[in-house]
Design a protein around this ligand. Sequence first.
Ligand code: AMP
Length: 286
Amino acid sequence: MLQNFSELGLKDDYLQAVEMLGYTRPTQIQVETIPLMLSGRDVLAQSQTGTGKTAAFMLPILQRLGKANGIPRALVLAPTRELAKQVADATEGFARMSGVRALAVYGGQSYEVQIRALKRGVDVLVGTPGRLLDFIRQGRLDLSQVETLVLDEADEMLEMGFIEDVETILNELTEVKQIALFSATLPEQIHKLASKYLTDPAKISINPSRMTVVETEQRFYRVREETKLAALCCLLETDDVTSGLIFTRTKARAQELADDLLRKGFSADSLHGDLKQARREMVLNR
Ligand code: AMP
């Protein structure tokens, strides 16, 4: 049975923040993770995007950080710039009351912009491994006070070949007291990483049937390839969709589908790894 946020050990500031965000009940990953992380335990969690995992790790991190001091005390490693930005944005939402500042650093954006932001002071730093490592090597990043580390979508970082970078960064963090690892899947290499760096982690696994937020209704339609587009258009119209995300198997397919939808009169655009960063940001902003 899902509990209330107030039963998880969160203080008023954070209870107010989640209320302002419109979260009425905690998701399963939040129920299981928040009390453990508040107690300082390491966590190894199998959970996907969409389950509310960001709040699950960030609310306890913020509560444990307390007041802002402008020096990174929490670090989140994320596989992509989109995820890094999403986590930093979510953090600002949760931290409205405490003045804690979050920043995302990632490749594809100028170093100067990010360096200036770092200089202004950051409490929670979120970054992709490559860019973080660049900053470390340039001596521009002081991670000596990082106490909490999150490896977000660890299997994706593994898949993208970032594991060595992740380990290099982990070895830089001499003061880390708590590590949380989140991963949709737990292949052997993730277990190895966990056993090397985590201390007696609490293991959390979200039952696959509960992997979406409670508000999400799932439906499945079986259609032929040649009627897919018509079926999709029909759904978009009958469900009166005002905004939506469509996932495709390939980048080319994303582009084709966006073009098809545009031709059918829908306001659509595609987002995939072959697009330049400026273009990606433009699409996201639209
Ligand atoms: P995440 O898995 O962290 O990417 O979160 C997925 C989405 O669920 C985000 O848009 C969150 O704002 C939203 N969310 C997270 N926790 C809750 C909650 N307890 N109730 C409603 N929505 C939530």
